[in-house]
Design a protein around this ligand. Sequence first.
Ligand SMILES: Nc1ncnc2c1ncn2[C@@H]1O[C@H](COP(=O)(O)OP(=O)(O)OP(=O)(O)O)[C@@H](O)[C@H]1O
Length: 275
Amino acid sequence: MHSRSSHTSDSQKKPDRLVVEMETKEVSVYYGSHLAVRHVSLKIPKNQITAFIGPSGCGKSTLLRCFNRMNDLIPSARVEGSVIFHQQNIYDPEVDPSEVRRRIGLVFQKPNPFPKSIYDNIAFGPRINGYQGDLDELVERTLRQAALWDEVKDKLKMSGLSLSGGQQQRLCIARTLAIQPEVILMDEPCASLDPISTLRIEELLKELGRRYTIIIVTHNMQQAARVSDFTAFYNTEIDDNGVRYGRLVEFNRTEKIFNSPAHRETEEYVSGRFG
Ligand SMILES: Nc1ncnc2c1ncn2[C@@H]1O[C@H](COP(=O)(O)OP(=O)(O)OP(=O)(O)O)[C@@H](O)[C@H]1O
């Protein structure tokens, strides 16, 4: 990939020249002695949406968590290889994992607002990080970015838990945006939402994808096709000892993965013949 010299306008969604935001080099993840994902090397393009797809258990969520060291919080998990961000391996011993997680936010599958007011859900992270600007302005701006402002502007003191599931998920996205991340990871963010809330989140994603680098794990191939610019297809493989592990099969522009993939197993998966 080449470096991009000029700014991309909002209307120009697919620039010819891309910069790499993050890169995994030979990443493998173990849970105890169990190899879950093997040797993934991948370049995540900046300000694009990358979808991770593949059958259950191929390691999509495991790999996603490597991008902001969330696997550190799982005692049995061990990551090999490197994940490069701003020319540094985020697994280097001198790197502070909480700083990594501030710059690379994660939105979970199930909306998980704090049991606090809508306002404080947004303000909490910036306060902890010593935000010096106008918090009211930040709360409004991020709620607008997350397409939630109009629905909540008159009830900012109400609990975040009083919102619908779809609104809660947009609140969690706003909360992530408020700490001004550079990359947003999303682990099946629509899995627990109804179709209308799902569409709203997808619209939001397309909007955010112009300004942020987004990686989204999804079970839903139509969703990957609708929202992403690039797609990584993972599959499971069985080694000589009969042990199943996940591996990256193919990574390319989404239209290529869905219309003319290089590998037969990708074609079989995206056409619904397995998985
Ligand atoms: N916390 C954990 N402890 C032990 N093994 C785990 C843990 N999380 C995942 N695994 C194992 O790692 C492998 C990959 O799981 P992972 O959840 O990353 O796959 P996935 O592709 O995201 O699956 P799904 O689509 O079903 O969510 C599986 O064999 C799973 O059982």
